[in-house]
Design a protein around this ligand. Structure first.
Ligand code: ATP
Length: 622
């Protein structure tokens, strides 16, 4: 039996306690092959889309950010350029006025650098945060508009991770890449240009050393990425096992698997520690290693400077400026070497969010409005298949008068839930026609159609909020306290609600964890009362309730069903004897239909099942 999805409301998550998947957990589960298609495809379209849809709308902020990044790059180059005149014209020439001038200029440049650094970082952050917000909003809007079939294939953990962690990843990695390309790129070009200007010969020599440094940095970065992936995966596995321990604790206890779980956790926990330490070791080794390489490069350069051909044209200022420039190049070059990796990380995450955003929305092209239906429903030769291959409903014909109760019975998997899911168009019939008040349901506006149905099931999703808010969820436009109380009364829920510590204002825990099955069902009934829809879809509890709860629930059902069309999925036949018509489904076909008395007289499948269910009380009868 499928959980009946919430009908007719756009809102889905009142819950404050939804468990977001741990980012690493989600990335770990993506490693187990759930969605591998995402890493493929060219990067350019994704990049273009990010730029056009999420950066261009903020072009003013992005423009100022770029301008300040350029100013920052210029100030870095200016800083190096300052060294030569300061040394040659000031210190070597012993000119106090020049020294004072350059000292003041130095402070001026540092102030400019500070200001442009702050503004450029702040504004890029702003563009990034806005990008995250819009990505999340667009993806969430799409989730709300997806057809039910799409949810059959979406993994909850993956989806949560895409909207939370991967949206962050997209913006963080791509703003970082933008800063590197613009700021560090321009800095490098300016500083390298200045070095050529200072001494083309020295530059030539340096040109031979720089690739060695770049190569080393690239190797270290590659190792970093590898280790970082492993650390992520390891942390993810720890998260997954912890999650399973929380969810599966009854099974762990009853099947005596605590030791097994502890060993599994211990192994993964240890792996996580080892990977993290490898990561840390590489990181700590990389800093001195890179410094050493730079130092060696510097020493080689200094040695080459002593060659006659080079030395003659050089002043103290030129050499100092040159060395300063080399040291300064270190950071932007490092950034530029790994910018592609950052960009790819961002684009991969973006691709995964776009996958959700690009999923086709539910068809909603009916034009007809409908305030309140009478509740007459007809099905003509309705066929349905979930996957386009195996048909699960084979030509259902059915006519239900307004206000009539139809009971759907039959073995598990016979298509009862599927049939009722077609009515509010959670799934579209693959052939045949369904009419509400004589009009094909596809002609109505989807929201109007769904307003006509109210679901009641023990599996109804309850939100992690108060009883009152859960009942009021039935009315998207809001419900008064008096209406909520009345609904609770009609649903025979008042008694148990009053016993709760804060009555209607009691928080009921994640998915109503603090309530019993029977209580959940009565909240679901109260919710349906508030909705006041002309057609009900009742899914009887499969779990047996105690006689008293069951009596209350049936009394509540009776009250709710009065004057409404009702489809009742019945698992225990004793409860449907009074239905206007009873359908017995088998393998996607209605094999028997009639009233209780008619079906008993026919002595077929229904009668057989009925007798079998009565057997424990009435003794074996045939
Ligand atoms: P139960 O009494 O156990 O709830 P049911 O009579 O309501 O069963 P359905 O849930 O309608 O049966 O299932 C009918 C058939 O469709 C089954 O074979 C089931 O495996 C298949 N089915 C149900 N839901 C889906 C789905 N979302 N995707 C693919 N197949 C599905």
């Amino acid at each position: 039996m499928g959980r009946f999805p919430v009908v007719g409301t756009g809102r889905r998550s009142l819950s404050s306690g939804n468990t977001p998947a741990h980012p690493a957990t989600a990335s770990a589960s993506s490693a187990d092959g759930a969605d591998t298609a995402t890493d493929q495809g060219p990067s350019w379209p994704v990049f273009r889309r990010l730029l056009l849809d999420y950066v261009v709308p903020q072009w003013r902020v992005a423009l100022v950010a770029t301008a300040t990044m350029l100013a920052y790059a210029a100030s870095e180059a200016a800083f190096v350029a300052l060294i030569r005149p300061l040394l040659d014209d000031g210190l070597v020439a012993q000119d106090a006025a020049v020294i004072r001038f350059y000292a003041a200029l130095l402070v001026g440049i540092l102030i400019l650098q500070g200001i442009t650094f702050f503004i450029s970082q702040y504004l890029t952050g702003l563009v990034g945060r806005e990008m995250i917000k819009r990505l999340r909003l667009t993806a969430h809007d799409r989730l709300l508009a997806l057809p039910q079939a799409a949810f059959d294939h979406l993994s909850t953990g993956q989806t949560i991770s895409r909207l939370t962690y991967e949206a962050e990843q997209t913006a963080n990695a791509s703003t970082k890449a933008a800063i590197t390309i613009i700021r560090d790129g321009v800095t490098a070009v300016l500083v390298l240009g200045y070095m050529v200007y200072l001494s083309p010969r020295l530059m030539l020599i340096t040109g031979l050393v720089l690739p060695v440094i770049a190569g080393l940095v690239a190797t270290i970065n590659h190792r970093f990425r590898q280790l970082s992936r492993r650390v992520h995966h390891a942390v993810g596995s720890v998260g997954t096992v912890a999650e399973e321990t929380v969810h599966a604790h009854p099974e762990i206890k009853l099947f005596g698997q605590a030791d097994h779980e502890r060993r599994r956790f211990e192994r993964l926990n240890e792996r996580s520690r080892r990977q993290s330490m490898k990561f840390a070791a590489t990181r700590f080794a990389s800093v001195p290693l890179i410094r050493l390489t730079v130092g060696i490069a510097l020493a080689i350069t200094l040695n080459l400077v002593t060659l006659d051909a080079v030395v003659e044209a050089l002043t103290v200022g030129t050499i100092s400026s040159f060395i300063g420039a080399m040291l300064l190049l270190n950071r932007p070059l490092k950034g530029l070497v790994k910018v592609n990796a950052d960009l790819q990380k961002g684009l991969t995450a973006a691709r995964r969010i776009f996958e959700i955003i690009d999923m086709p929305a539910e068809r909603d092209d009916g034009m007809r409005t409908l305030a309140r239906a009478q509740g007459h429903i007809a099905l003509d030769g309705v066929r349905f298949s979930y996957d386009g291959e195996r048909e699960v409903l084979h030509g259902i014909d059915l006519e239900v008068a307004a206000g009539e109760t139809v009971a759907l019975t039959g073995p598990s998997g016979s298509g009862k839930s599927t049939l009722v899911h077609l009515l509010p168009r959670f799934y579209e019939a693959t052939a045949g026609q369904i009419r509400l008040d004589g009009v094909p349901i596809t002609e109505y506006r989807l929201a109007d159609l769904r307003r006509q149905f109210a679901p009641v099931s023990q599996d109804t999703t309850l939100f992690n909020t108060t009883v009152a808010e859960n009942i009021a969820y039935g009315a998207p436009e809001g419900a008064s306290r008096a209406a909520i109380e009345r609904a609770a009364e009609v649903a025979y829920a008042r008694g148990f609600i009053e016993q709760l510590p804060h009555g209607l204002d009691t928080e009921i825990g994640e998915d109503g964890a603090l309530l019993s099955g029977g209580q959940r069902q009565r909240i679901a009934i109260a919710r349906a009362v508030i909705k006041d829809a002309p057609v009900l879809i009742l899914d009887e509890a499969t779990a047996s309730l105690d006689t008293e709860s069951e009596r209350y629930i049936h009394a509540a059902f009776e009250r709710l069903m009065a004057g409404r069309t009702a489809f009742v999925i019945a698992h225990r036949l004793s409860t449907v004897e009074g239905a206007g018509q009873i359908l017995f489904l088998e393998d996607g076909r209605i094999v028997e239909r009639g009233t209780h008395a008619e079906l008993l007289a026919r002595n077929g499948r229904y009668a057989g099942l009925y007798r079998m269910q009565l057997a424990p009380q009435g003794g074996r009868s045939g």
